[in-house]
Design a protein around this ligand. Structure first.
Ligand code: ARG
Length: 464
């Protein structure tokens, strides 16, 4: 193989075929072409402004890069594996197109700071896309919550029926998780949007660069503080992957609930046909594959995070080629998360909830037992005593195959004579939900306040 035209000066022969294949990254980092071109155009303009290259050369480069962009976008661009990566493929084509001026683009720059800026631009755009996806999921949750303010189901602890809650409250719990994820991304973006350009290979450069103006040009507010840190920092990718992992973890939890709820033993939801699959052997099956796969794909996103943490842990300053391993994991995580958010919003929009089954489950689970205990406390019984009495009532109801509210007053009074007819309104599941108006509780006013707060937030971020 011939020597590389960008760095082959000191080499008598090119890399072995297997070496070229092993070090190649253009096969995947070509996904970053638009950001690489944007960064290079900003660099060229700065070189022109600073008088490092002539204004003519600067505009020739900027226009030439525009042509390269069009070639890539339209698919006519010929990618060359021997040129290693996206950066050198683009620069080589630029020089073919515009001649001498193209060879001046790399003045005062190294691929080390170049790839840093390119990838930061890319990650920053993806984080914004994830934020949009999260807002879409929150909106779907909000709509379904609004619709199901009066639907009641057993809230669980230990996956055992505990106390009745509204379906709205249950769905809103996820909306708050996804809102925190959105905020986590917003915070991470502050650290992603820092330009490393000007750090050059690792030590800065002798050319009179103006790194801040490059940052401004690409829409970043800040520049690096230390050139060695600038070219070797990948914590911006790690933060993004951690945020992505947390979103996937939240998605996976809601998937787990959908899977359980779709089981006929629960029967709380019916899957929309478009989001379910059948079995090739069991005709009755309707499988929640989308939710299962989303739960499963969570592992790949965690994998990308763990893999990059491991890549980085032993690296001495400054740039090391190991860091090229930051991209495939991120690209995979991005594709996984993007599709998952989109599908979750669709699934939530179309999921059919079954309020009757949910209400029935409250009865089977004795979700009003705490109400009886609290009722007894109201009549002057100590809480421990009330707890014990209620336990006895539950055991009796269970034996009779009834809910507590189905026991006659006489029967209930056998457990404690201070129980009166007013107990039935207390045992009502909906009433139990209505009474829980502590801030953030499942009471209808609290739920309405949550819906309102999330709605205001969604309006704000859509206007963002
Ligand atoms: N493809 C490389 C990466 O993704 C670009 C930087 C290479 N720099 C170098 N000096 N070999 O990290």
């Amino acid at each position: 193989m011939t020597t590389n035209q960008s760095w082959g000066g000191r080499f008598a022969e090119g890399p072995r075929k297997a070496v070229a294949a092993y070090t190649d990254s253009q096969s995947f980092d070509r996904a970053l072409y638009a950001q690489d071109i944007r960064a290079s155009q900003a660099h060229a303009r700065m070189l022109g402004r600073q008088g490092i290259i002539t204004p003519d050369d600067a505009s020739t480069i900027v226009a030439g890069l525009e042509r390269v962009r069009e070639e890539i976008a339209s698919g006519v661009f010929v990618w060359k594996p021997e040129l290693e990566d996206v950066h050198m493929n683009i620069e080589a084509r630029l020089t073919e197109l515009v001649g001498e001026a193209g060879k001046k683009l790399h003045t005062g720059r190294s691929r080390n700071d170049q790839v840093g800026l390119t990838f930061r631009l890319f990650v920053s755009e993806r984080l914004e896309a994830w934020q949009y996806g999260l807002a879409t999921v929150c909106y779907a949750l909000l709509c379904r919550a609004q619709e199901h303010r009066d639907t009641i189901l057993p809230g669980c602890t230990h996956l055992q029926p505990a106390q009745p809650v509204s379906l709205a409250q249950h769905l809103l719990a996820y909306a708050w998780m996804f809102r925190r994820d959105w905020q986590r991304l917003k915070d991470a973006l502050k650290r992603v949007r820092i330009s490393p350009l000007g750090a050059a290979a690792l030590a800065g450069t002798t050319y009179p660069l103006d790194p801040q103006s490059v940052a401004n040009d690409v829409g970043f507010a800040a520049v690096y503080d230390n050139s060695m840190d600038a070219v070797s920092d990948r914590d911006f990718v790690l933060e993004a992957l951690f945020a992505a992992s947390t979103v996937m973890m939240h998605l996976s939890r809601i998937c787990e609930e959908i899977i359980l709820w779709a089981n006929p033993a629960f029967g709380f939801v019916r899957l929309p046909d478009g989001f379910a699959t059948g079995s090739s052997i069991m005709p009755q099956k309707k499988n929640p594959d989308v939710a299962e796969l989303m739960r499963g794909k969570t592992g790949r996103v965690y994998g990308a995070l763990m893999s990059l943490l491991t890549v980085m842990k032993g690296l001495p300053l400054a740039y090391n080629r190991d860091m090229q391993e930051d991209k495939e994991g991120f690209l995979d995580a991005d594709a996984t998360l993007g599709a998952s958010l989109q599908l979750m919003a669709g699934l939530l929009n179309e999921l059919r909830f079954c309020p009757d089954r949910m209400r029935e489950a409250c009865k089977v689970g004795f979700c009003n037992a705490t109400e009886l205990a609290d009722y007894l406390v109201g009549k002057g019984v100590s809480f421990r005593e009330a707890h014990h009495i209620t336990g006895q009532a539950v055991a009796a109801a269970e034996k009779a195959g009834k809910g507590l509210e189905d026991l006659t007053l006489d029967k209930l009074r056998q457990f404690n004579p201070c129980i009166d007819a007013d107990v039935y309104s207390v045992l009502d599941y909906a009433a139990a939900v209505r009474r829980r108006e502590t801030p953030g509780g499942t009471g209808p006013q609290s739920v309405q306040r949550q819906i309102q707060a999330l709605r205001v937030w969604l309006k704000e971020v859509h206007a963002d």
